[in-house]
Ligand binder design. Structure first.
Ligand code: P6P
Length: 356
């Protein structure tokens, strides 16, 4: 009888096709204990949510009730798209009866959603933006979902979820789904950043890149220059610099996940600074900037408000916003240098003339 060698030596792609998300999490944790199994199962549920959303997006133009607005306005004061509601419901549905996640904090919900049957068991909280960049939906451009996992602290008797108002270093996992030409899931549990690509023929996310690292510098700067009139002078200084020096190129898709994904892989910097209308910036901390900051730091990059690491920011409310400067270490540092220089000049101006 032929001796059976290690299957992967026979069919190398077989082992890769078997490296599903849940298996990868267990490999990362090097454990099959209950906590590892829980985290693996949570990631698997997130993958199911991603598949359900991807399926609906792929047929958005063909199905009734997918495109367009509901006529409602969400807690952010933004018009709600039907896809926002659907995607939010998907995450709730995949975690019900799972015993895994007690609370869901979403961009689309004013307060966290409790899944009482899970609370005595699962003490995890999922924070998520179910569909980010929904304005791209009607024009068939990329969108994303962003998520973070935290462990609940205390029993949250008053239902205010105050334990969530802690800095981003409390995240135990974070990631996003990019609904593009292919559907990709990128995640980290604090042991590097890894990407998976949905194989529709298998209905599985299969490992595509492990230990993704962001270059220390990149040529791309990604920002909505239409806000130039609203920016602090320091940000204008940075933009004038890249306009006047060779070696820079602008890329902006208007959907955070796609713009971030480009920087994660190719380097450079994405900025959404504070503006006159939104001094704290437009992006939300707990389920947008903090999860992406977690990933970027794991990939060897940086994420800053301009004056503070994103992961050190403590929110005062669940839907708190934060400015975001994220990407290659050298490029984030360059943006910060313009901010620091302006602050130094302002401080000098404020001093009594005799002291200058
Ligand atoms: P602006 C999408 O609405 C979003 O929340 C992010 O996905 C994106 O980065 C940002 O807003 C784009 O905002 O003001 O450039 O259209």
């Amino acid at each position: 009888m032929a001796d059976i060698k290690e299957p992967s030596s026979q069919v190398p792609s077989l082992d890769r096709d078997c490296t599903t998300l849940s298996r990868h999490v267990l490999q990362q944790l090097q454990s099959f204990g209950p906590d590892a199994q829980d985290l693996s199962a949570i990631m698997n549920r997130i993958a199911l949510a991603a598949k359900l959303i991807s399926r609906r997006l792929s047929r958005a133009g063909l199905l009734e009730g997918v495109l367009g607005f509901t006529g409602e306005v969400n807690v952010q004061g933004e018009s709600v798209k039907k896809m926002d509601v659907y995607a939010n419901e998907v995450f709730i549905s995949v975690f019900k009866q799972s015993g895994l996640v007690c609370r869901l904090a979403s961009e689309e919900m004013d307060k966290p959603y409790y899944i009482p049957e899970n609370c005595p068991i699962g003490r995890y909280t999922l924070l998520y933006d179910p569909i980010d960049g929904s304005s791209n939906l009607d024009i068939n451009l990329n969108l994303g979902s962003i998520f973070a996992i935290r462990q609940q602290e205390g029993n949250d008797e008053d239902g205010e979820a105050l334990d969530l108002l802690q800095n981003g270093r409390k995240q135990i996992a974070a990631g996003y789904v990019l609904y593009g030409p292919s559907t990709m899931l990128v995640y980290s549990i604090g042991k590097g950043v890894h990407s998976f690509t949905l194989d529709p023929s298998l209905g599985e996310f299969i490992l595509s890149s492990e230990n993704i690292t962001t270059p220390t510098h990149g040529s791309i700067y990604s920002v909505n220059e239409g806000n130039f009139w609203q920016w602090d002078e320091s940000i204008r200084d940075y933009i004038r610099y890249v306009h006047r020096h060779e070696g820079y190129t602008a890329r902006y898709g208007g959907a955070l996940v796609g713009d971030f994904h480009r920087i994660l892989f190719q380097g450079g910097v994405f900025l959404y600074p504070g503006t006159l209308k939104k001094p704290e910036g437009k992006l939300r901390l707990l389920y947008e900037t903090a999860p992406l900051a977690f990933l970027m730091e794991q990939a060897g990059g940086r994420a800053s408000t301009g004056t503070q690491d994103i992961l050190d920011v403590v929110p005062d409310k669940i839907h708190a916003r934060s400015p975001l400067i994220i990407g290659s270490t050298e490029d984030v540092a360059m943006v910060e240098s313009f901010i620091h220089e302006r602050a130094r000049e302002e401080a000098l101006k404020a001093q009594p003339s005799a002291v200058r």
